[in-house]
Design a protein around this ligand. Sequence first.
Ligand SMILES: Cc1ncc(C[n+]2csc(CCOP(=O)(O)OP(=O)(O)O)c2C)c(N)n1
Ligand code: SF4
Length: 287
Amino acid sequence: MNKNLFKISPGFEDIMPEEYKDLVERGPYGKNYGVADLGSYKELIEEHPLCAGCGLALSVRLTLASLPSPEDTIIVGSTGCSSLLFPQVAIQNIHSLFGNQNAVATGLKRALKLRFPNQNKDVVVIAGDGATADIGLDMVLQSWFRGELISTIMLDNEAYANTGGQESGMSMRGSVLYMAPKGKKFSKIQLPEIARESGCAYVAAISPANPRKLEKAVKRAILVAREVGPTYLQIFAPCPTNYKFKNNETIQKIKEREKDGTYVMREYITPEAQEYLDKVEGGKKNA
Ligand SMILES: Cc1ncc(C[n+]2csc(CCOP(=O)(O)OP(=O)(O)O)c2C)c(N)n1
Ligand code: SF4
């Protein structure tokens, strides 16, 4: 994309809001920033209304800091807690009807390919677990079966949080929530394995407890979706409000679940995707 699009037209310097000027002068467009640079540049998210300690808020902040080309990224969101922060994100994004996000992303990616045949336009779905693994699962799976070149990122807080705490397919068996008082009666859906078997070239389950790994997985997912095939990232993003833990315990909760083996971080890469990553990552081997 022409970086001049992010410049201020002559004569408008005095009237543009400070936040906008900051973004133009100190933002990440066209730079190669990552999570290690957070705090030293103007971030793509200005502020947000999510709860203190929200795993989603932290995950989205890290994800935005990890995008390989923010100026050429379009995010497709869906209804849920994360949709409350996208209006304040300085990146092109579309809010789709709950569950339709992968169908919308498919159309968008195909249209962008026709309009800009020689440029990378990264279409990235970011949606909750209810939107991805339950109500939108049809659209998600069909996009993978068709081999659409899009990245799907699930913010897995193991609940329908925005509607007051119903269980989702991603909640653990036995989970008790405000609107699931008797405890969930079936197991967590193993979507990474379903994604791997459904045509995704790159799959990873990650969390904001390890920002470097999250960054690497986001970059890999987006790069592989440019050339090789669909990709899926599942970010474990616990919800203190619906799971009733303190807002300073979010990272601790993730680490406990990793330690007791109830949330397994993993990565699947097809040989084609690995070959491509070896090229674009400069021959670096898998972590
Ligand atoms: C078509 C449609 N169905 C249902 C809803 C109601 N709804 C809004 S948010 C939400 C829950 C979202 O859960 P999830 O995708 O897990 O995201 P979270 O809020 O947990 O981040 C539901 C069911 C809606 N807005 N639109
Ligand atoms: S309800 Fe949970 S997921 Fe939603 S903003 Fe609050 S902490 Fe985050």
